[in-house]
Design a protein around this ligand. Structure first.
Ligand code: CP
Length: 317
């Protein structure tokens, strides 16, 4: 297996099956640090640089919390408008990371342009972690989700997935690539204008992903072991920032996971994931049902970022 030390985490296309399981093994070792709210000194000589060109609550703060848990330091920006990349100069990715690499030992980047973290990785001498790039990918989120499935269900192979939302989303791309390494049939449900692109479908076929598309969650929920939901009412991820207008539409029933639907149609032991933030696709009265696992998923988001930081910085093999 390739070492993770010094490696960029840009895409789950690059991940092999044994690498997924290796990451999950390391995550299980790291988990007690977060669970018991400890701070250790594993990365005490390392600094994380956060380069967030788009808003984030979870991805940026989970990486920062992870670095603090491991005794490391954090610097960076969460509002590119206050940097030279966001003002008159429109400083390039290259010029920006040629600075950032001197300010820390690993960079986590979120950007509205697909491929921006890959461009950063071309020029940086330190590892780049993709925190979400336009419609591209969100690898650390899907690693978190798969780890959550493993912890909650005890296995990944053999589970049937239902993925609901906008199939142009970066999480859906990372999910598709990840599932190519497991025995997991997946059913996608999305509005027609947000369906799988022809290019992505061709890739899924090339990677032998067992997938189908249906119109309504009711057509697939009864078989699902893992229900992963993303919004269909959402901002444009190719913009640096998309303010909410006065009116936003409601999520149609086809793409909503309600308490009634779960009680009447879902498997008793299915689990429900959402990377958050949400609109109304999972109403809040679902939170206290036995199916919801999104708060565990959020906790695992810190564990997974601790794991990846420790591995790319060579503190865990
Ligand atoms: N799940 C996720 O990526 O959340 P943020 O946009 O808050 O980082």
């Amino acid at each position: 297996m390739r070492s993770f030390a010094g490696r960029d985490i840009l895409s789950l296309k690059e991940f092999e099956r044994n690498e997924f399981f290796h990451v999950f093994d390391v995550a299980a070792k790291m988990e007690p640090i977060a669970r018991y709210r400890k701070n250790v000194d594993m990365l005490k000589e390392k600094t994380l640089v956060t380069a967030f060109y788009q808003p984030s609550t979870r991805t940026r703060l989970a990486h920062e919390a992870a670095m603090h848990r491991l005794g490391g330091h954090v610097t960076g920006f969460s509002d590119a408008k206050m940097t030279r990349a966001g003002d008159f100069y429109q400083e390039s990715i290259k010029d920006t990371v040629k600075m950032l690499e001197f300010y820390g030992d690993v960079i986590v980047m979120r950007h509205f342009q697909q491929g921006a973290p890959h461009e950063a990785a071309r020029w940086a001498s330190v590892p780049i972690i993709n925190g979400g790039d336009g419609w591209g990918e969100h690898p650390t989120q899907i690693l978190t989700d798969l780890y959550t499935v493993l912890r909650e269900k005890g296995r990944i192979d053999g589970l049937k997935w239902l993925a609901v939302g906008d199939m142009r989303m970066r999480t859906m791309h990372s999910l598709g690539y990840a599932l190519s390494q497991f025995d997991c049939p997946v059913t996608f449900v999305s509005p027609p204008e947000m369906s799988l692109t022809e290019d992505f479908k061709a890739e899924l076929k090339q990677y032998s992903v067992n997938f189908r598309e249906v119109d309504h969650v009711e057509q697939a929920i009864a078989d699902a072991d893992v229900i992963l939901v993303e919004p269909v009412v959402q901002p444009d991820y190719t913009k640096s920032r998309d303010e909410r207008g006065k009116e936003v539409s409601l999520t149609p029933a086809n793409y909503q996971i309600t308490r009634d639907l779960l009680f009447n149609k879902a498997k008793s032991d299915a689990i429900l994931l959402h990377s958050l933030p949400r609109m109304d696709e999972i109403p809040s009265d679902v939170d206290i049902t036995k199916w919801s696992r999104y708060w565990q998923e959020a906790f695992n988001g810190v564990v997974m970022r601790m794991t990846l930081l420790a591995m790319v910085l060579g503190a865990m093999e």
